[in-house]
Design a protein around this ligand. Structure first.
Ligand code: PMP
Length: 430
């Protein structure tokens, strides 16, 4: 494939934007080569600035679960835009999407909308601290909850891709209130709790990790966390920015039948517009200003275009729950095909998958936490795989620490093409 125009656009971008991108992983630094500048997208396909057509397995890092430029979402935004794009005043559509979200997700009574997943997680932690009167919280190595200071401690996703899981600019004072645990290691969490008795406000985690590649929770892990939280008056926060409205209507809480106290959202809930949200039972949410003392605000929060896109997306998912079965079946089919293609050619791998989140780790040992994910990401295997697939017109995330997100617009022909590409690339590993 030719990337002449993308290269030129990247050179121009680098003059005026740090690294040429507005979010680090987009720059292809971990895999090398030229980042692809996209011109437009429709359904499961991206069309880049050079006119190449790619099958998209990133889907804007999750939001486009129904595919790009989904007509009902696009029409909702266009219609709204004609009536004004922002007011900074309440609008009916905010209540409509809030009511729908609350009806779809278990254990939440109220929800507040913000502009990104980062804001949602940052606000959830402040709310948990305000509600419990405690300062510390536990996060897991390799989990990513956005780029706010207190989360950039052994963070996954772009932070680890660029070797800076602990970012300069985060003060020791902030870092000391973030306690780090190993994902899938309940004893580690229990130890931290007993070492910090009555000081921990919350445990935050991705109920299915997606930012160190896909890593599902081992049996009993989430249930064990729930129990530890109940015994120690700690709030359990599920960061469902990736999993919410993707794995099931009610997200990971519904799929895995474990109850969280606070849930954060992003990605799908905004239908591709900049939206995040956090939600909990009324008793907790009523601590927020103006009802309570915990401050949180936003000039563009509840923006009408964003709410219209989110409402159209959630309405579609709510009224057609078969979408979840369809997309899960497609991902299972892909899982099987990739396993066969890699195994046939003797490529060491472990594929982790839940629902429509899947990732290929280039290691035969099980990948269950940040340490094992890092081991699998070592070496050139991922880089080779990424560029090989791209050359075949298959666009996966340009980092070993990311998950593939499928969209329901993918056809079985697209999946067959993807498996064939994987077979061809696997042969080059020999
Ligand atoms: N939490 C999780 C689990 C995420 O995957 C992300 C982003 N990938 C965030 C939080 C941050 O969301 P945003 O990029 O919208 O700020």
């Amino acid at each position: 494939m030719i990337y002449k125009r993308s290269s030129a656009l990247f050179a121009e971008a680098q003059k005026v934007i740090p690294g040429g991108v507005n979010s680090p992983v987009r720059a292809f630094k971990a895999v090398g080569g030229t980042p692809i500048f996209v011109e437009k997208a429709k359904g499961a396909y991206l069309y880049d600035a050079d006119g190449n057509k790619l099958i998209d397995f990133i889907n804007s890092w999750g939001p486009m679960i129904l595919g790009h430029a989904y007509p009902k979402v696009v029409n909702a935004v266009v219609e709204k835009a004609q009536k004004g794009t922002s007011f900074g005043m309440p609008t009916e559509v905010e209540t409509e999407i809030a009511s729908l979200a609350v009806s779809m997700v278990p254990n939440i009574d109220k929800i507040r909308f913000v502009n990104s997943g980062t804001e949602a997680c940052m606000s959830a932690i402040r709310l948990a601290r305000g509600f419990t009167g405690k300062d510390k919280f536990i996060k897991f190595a390799g989990c990513y909850h956005g780029h706010s200071d207190s989360f950039l401690i052994q963070a996954g996703s772009g932070a680890v891709t660029f070797g800076t899981p602990n970012s300069p600019g985060v003060t020791q004072g902030t870092a000391k209130d973030t306690l780090l645990a190993r994902y899938n290691d309940l004893q580690n969490v229990a130890d931290l709790i007993s070492e910090n008795k009555d000081e921990i406000a919350a445990i935050i985690l991705e109920p299915i990790a997606g930012n160190m590649g896909c890593i599902p929770p081992v049996e009993g892990f989430l249930e064990g966390l729930r129990k530890l939280c109940d015994e120690n008056q700690i709030l359990l926060i599920f960061d469902e920015v990736m999993t919410g409205f993707r794995l099931a209507r009610g997200g990971a809480q519904e799929l895995l039948t474990v109850k969280a106290d606070i849930v954060t959202f992003g990605k799908v809930i905004g239908g591709g517009l900049p939206v995040g949200a956090f939600a909990a039972r009324g008793e907790i949410m009523n601590c927020l200003a103006p009802e309570g003392p915990v401050y949180q605000a936003g000039t563009l929060s509840g923006n009408p275009l964003a709410m219209a896109a989110g409402l159209a997306m959630l309405t579609e998912l709510n009224s057609k729950p078969e979408i979840f079965n369809s997309i899960n079946a497609k991902t299972e089919y892909l899982h099987k095909g990739l396993t066969e293609a890699l195994s046939e050619n003797g490529v060491a791998h472990t594929i982790n998958r839940i629902g429509s989140m899947i990732s290929v780790h280039f290691s035969e040992t099980p990948v269950v936490d940040f340490e094992t994910a890092t081991l699998a990401a070592k070496g050139d295997a991922f880089k080779k795989f990424f560029h090989g697939m791209l050359n075949e017109g298959i666009y996966i995330a340009p980092s070993a620490y990311e998950t593939w997100f499928l969209c329901d617009a993918l056809t079985y022909t697209d999946l067959d093409k993807t498996v064939e590409a994987c077979r061809k690339v696997s042969k080059m590993f020999k």
